[in-house]
Design a protein. Structure first.
Ligand SMILES: Cc1cc2nc3c(=O)[nH]c(=O)nc-3n(C[C@H](O)[C@H](O)[C@H](O)COP(=O)(O)O)c2cc1C
Length: 327
């Protein structure tokens, strides 16, 4: 399989880890790299936080793993000049391959301040932001939500404006901001945009099965952002890669519970080291609660994991389950 040239990046495949606040920290990115994703994103990072030298923000833009490439740093903000300044500072630190702008977040703490999906209401400001960031000489990706009749521009017109202003690639999450994460994503809206701007559009929204990936790619999207679907079932990545004909470790398509636990332990230990025990505990519990289903002892195992209150207990529970599954 040849690599893909998309939005100024050369990528091994069209399956990409979406930006997920509170989730796509370096250890999680490394985990999904091991499962085959061709591109990763940081969590969304506040441009103002970068400029103010906020400690937590500095950590978010530091990538300790040189193998986690290509990596997109996604930033958000309302003021084009401030976003540009934040982007300049982040670029100077290095470690990533493209800038992403968040015009998709509907959550009040971002939206109410004029950032994220709120930018769909201000096409002029959105255009200025893109044009300033485009001049930094870094590939520029914009992730956005579907516009509604109440917006000044349709989704396609807004996207045309961003591309003219210098965006290299667009990803449409086929929900409106008002939907937040509820209801269905409008797959047709994403495919219509991909047809309108061939090669320039990727898809986000409701990717839970290999068929969902194929629907977007067959419909003309350049790539697919994997989000809640792979938090429930991380092995969707290798299964979709296999279906698309990408060479990959086939044993990961349907791994044994023991192998799944091995991979989770590796993730958990990395998380504990990089983010601390509490983060590792919460995230691993989240994975286990969705992953281990459909075999004898699975629900007992999930319940046992859910009751663990510290990392050591969780680790022991996972290791203990391995020998149980083996016998
Ligand atoms: C916990 C969580 C955090 C998210 N954080 C971000 C983010 O930081 N930046 C962003 O552009 N989208 C973010 N999203 C949206 C996802 O990238 C994706 O567009 C959305 O979940 C739709 O895909 P899905 O229906 O397949 O989950 C987040 C979604 C979730 C569930």
């Amino acid at each position: 399989m040849t690599s893909l040239d998309v939005g100024g990046l050369t990528l091994e495949n069209p399956l990409w880890l979406a930006p997920l606040a509170g989730v796509t920290v370096p250890a999680v990115r490394a985990f999904f790299r091991r499962l085959g994703v061709g591109l990763t994103h940081t969590e969304m990072v506040s441009a103002a936080g970068i400029v103010m030298g906020n400690r937590k923000t500095q950590d978010m833009i530091t990538s300790p793993d040189g193998r986690d490439r290509p990596l997109i740093l996604q930033i958000f903000g309302d003021d084009p000049a401030l976003v540009e300044e934040g982007a300049r500072l982040a670029i100077a630190r290095g470690g990533f391959d493209a800038l992403g702008i968040n015009m998709a977040c509907p959550m009040p703490k971002v939206f109410r301040k004029g950032s994220g999906a709120k930018l769909l209401e201000s096409p002029k400001r959105a255009r200025e932001m893109v044009s300033r960031l485009g001049s930094l000489g870094f590939p520029l990706w914009v992730k956005l939500r579907k516009a509604t009749a109440a917006h000044p521009l349709s989704t396609a017109a807004f996207c045309g404006l961003l591309l003219e202003a210098g965006a290299d690639h667009l990803t449409l999450h086929g929900r409106t901001a008002a939907q937040r994460y509820e209801g269905h994503a409008d797959v047709e809206a994403v495919l219509a945009l991909a047809r309108a701007f061939p090669g320039k559009v990727s898809a986000s929204g409701d990717v839970y099965a290999v068929e969902d990936v194929l629907r977007y790619l067959d419909g003309g999207c350049a790539g697919v952002f994997l989000a809640r679907g792979i938090l429930r079932d991380p092995f969707l990545v290798p299964r979709a890669l296999a279906r698309l004909g990408y060479p990959f470790d086939g044993s990961l398509c349907a791994p044994s519970p023991e192998r799944e636990i091995d991979l989770l332990l590796e993730l958990g230990r990395d998380l504990k080291e990089q983010q601390g025990e509490r983060f590792a505990l919460v995230l691993l519990k989240r994975f286990v609660s969705c992953m281990f289903k459909g075999f004898s002892g699975a629900s007992v195992f999930r319940r046992a994991v859910a009751t663990e209150m510290n990392w050591k207990g969780l680790e022991e529970c996972l290791i203990g389950a391995q020998s149980l599954f083996r016998s």
